[in-house]
Write a protein that binds this ligand. Structure first.
Ligand SMILES: [Zn+2]
Ligand SMILES: [Zn+2]
Length: 210
């Protein structure tokens, strides 16, 4: 689906939701940002230069559950390998921490919420190729933004809504998301291979004893 079709579909979704108000949000005196920012279902935290660096998504309980699961599994492998050779033990710790930390980062940083950005409402009104109007956020948005129905907010370069991180994956956290995927693959392969080797080692030990 191209950009235009996507925005047309969103318009249809909006009418299905009975969003009748199309009044743009009131802008401040300098005409740089809306007077009150529409955050949808997201929870912005810790601001830097007017933009949130941390944004918690609407599905944050799933993020906590998934984090506890990763933490538990990673911790279990560390406990199991306590008496292994130091290289294996410390690599297990490193791989586990890397996976948990990359998950926290992708889940907490701003995915690229668009509503805090400069809103050149009048300037871009005729330039429909570069902008579109979001009826929910009530703002003229850049072409590369898309409104997430789960987060209820426009996101720059929206990739997908990820319930496990509790929010969207967009311009702000897409690289961190790929890193998290990579660190998870490393975590799985590393622990799977070592576990299988250990099982084989135990089996051959038992066979020798018999
Ligand atoms: Zn929007
Ligand atoms: Zn979302």
């Amino acid at each position: 689906m191209n950009q235009k079709e996507r925005h047309q579909k969103e318009d249809e979704d909006d009418s299905a939701l009975n969003i009748s108000s199309t009044e743009p949000l009131e802008l401040d005196d300098q005409y740089t940002k809306p007077k009150s920012i529409f955050w949808g279902k997201c929870h912005p935290m810790i601001f830097r230069k007017g933009k949130p660096t941390i944004v918690i998504g609407p599905h944050w309980p799933l993020f906590i559950c998934a984090f506890l699961l990763f933490f538990f599994i990673g911790g279990l492998f560390i406990i199991i390998r306590f008496n292994e050779n130091p290289l294996i033990f410390y690599t297990t710790i490193l791989v586990g921490i890397n996976q948990c930390v990359s998950y926290i980062i992708v889940s907490l940083i701003n995915p690229g919420v668009a509503n805090v950005e400069r809103n050149d409402n009048e300037k871009n009104q005729d330039n429909s190729q570069k902008t579109w109007y979001c009826k929910v956020c009530k703002l003229i948005q850049a072409k590369e933004t898309q409104h997430c129905l789960d987060c209820d907010i426009c996101i720059y370069e929206f990739d997908h809504h990820c319930p496990w991180t509790g929010k969207c994956i967009g311009k702000g956290n897409i690289k961190q998301f790929y890193y998290f995927i990579l660190s998870t693959i490393v975590f799985i392969i590393f622990n799977l291979v070592l576990t299988l080797l250990k099982i084989k080692e135990q089996e051959s030990k038992m066979q020798k004893q018999q």
